[in-house]
Design a protein around this ligand. Structure first.
Ligand SMILES: *[C@@H]1O[C@H](CO)[C@@H](O)[C@H](O)[C@H]1NC(C)=O
Ligand SMILES: *[C@@H]1O[C@H](CO)[C@@H](O)[C@H](O)[C@H]1NC(C)=O
Ligand SMILES: *[C@@H]1O[C@H](CO)[C@@H](O)[C@H](O)[C@H]1NC(C)=O
Length: 240
């Protein structure tokens, strides 16, 4: 029994490892909505050839003696390649082409796995001024960051060592107006954020922040005054 359980465990583990490996190994990646010609080409393809394409082991194209019995003639290039249009997730999977001469000789074969992915959406670049750590913290926000590659540019120059979703820059580097943007990419697309010029006011030195400070104090005072009024009123009434 323990042996059986251990074997089962091993098998499960092996399948798990296999699955996770299989998931990430595609020969071709394409974005939803794009067109793609699979990389198969036989120069000198004639009617004396039998051409067969399969998708997930199902025959999707079959041509013999120039007669197409499965699929559409226009889906195949002159060299025998399968042309996919308006790609959807259902187009993903394993493709295989077999080209035989009428006498049975296998002339060319190809197989490969296609992965279909959404294009990445434009990231939103936001920042917070962290006065305590004397830095501005930029965030290249995307809803689903898993598996995406991030990049950063400062004044149109790529910061080659910065590949994370967050970027921290010391306030000392923020002299003048510095233009930041970030980019996200997956295997099929790449898009940049708008340019952001962070402004971090140093407390008590810049006029802007002291103005903000004054406003906040005023708001707090008004609030406190109002509260005082509310609190004092019933008290005054009941005490007298
Ligand atoms: C083919 O298999 C892939 C995964 O292996 C799947 O994503 C796809 O939807 C399948 N397509 C069809 C038409 O069976
Ligand atoms: C089949 O035909 C091709 C082209 O004419 C030739 O090269 C090949 O040797 C033939 N094979 C057989 C088994 O006859
Ligand atoms: C940032 O961009 C603005 C507007 O495109 C430009 O005028 C300014 O010179 C840029 N700043 C730097 C430091 O490159």
């Amino acid at each position: 029994m323990p042996c059986f359980v251990a074997t089962l465990g091993l098998v499960l583990l092996w399948r798990l490892v296999n699955l996770s490996v299989a998931k990430d190994t595609c020969d071709i990646y394409e974005a939803v909505g794009q067109s793609l010609t699979l990389p198969f080409a036989f120069v000198g393809l004639t009617n004396t050839h039998v051409l067969r394409w399969t998708h997930n082991k199902t025959i999707i194209f079959y041509r013999q003696n120039g007669r197409v019995s499965v699929g559409k003639k226009e889906d195949i290039s002159a060299a025998g390649a399968l042309q996919l249009k308006n790609i959807q997730f259902s187009h993903a999977g394993d493709y295989r082409a077999d080209l035989r001469h009428l006498n049975g000789t296998l002339d060319l074969t190809w197989s490969g796995r296609l992965c279909v992915m959404d294009k990445v959406l434009k990231p939103e670049l936001t920042y917070v001024c962290d006065i305590k750590s004397n830095a501005v913290k930029l965030n290249c926000f995307v809803a689903k960051p898993q598996g995406l590659t991030f990049s950063w540019t400062l004044d149109e120059k790529t910061l080659t060592s910065e590949t994370r979703q967050m970027l921290s820059v010391s306030l000392a580097q923020l002299t003048g107006q510095r233009n930041f943007s970030c980019g996200v990419a997956n295997r099929v697309s790449k898009v940049r954020s708008d340019t952001v010029r962070p402004v971090c006011n140093k407390p008590l030195t810049s006029p802007d922040s002291s103005l903000l400070c004054f406003k906040r104090t005023a708001v707090v005072a008004v609030l406190a005054g109002g509260l005082g009024l509310i609190l004092l009123l019933p008290c005054g009434q009941s005490c007298n």
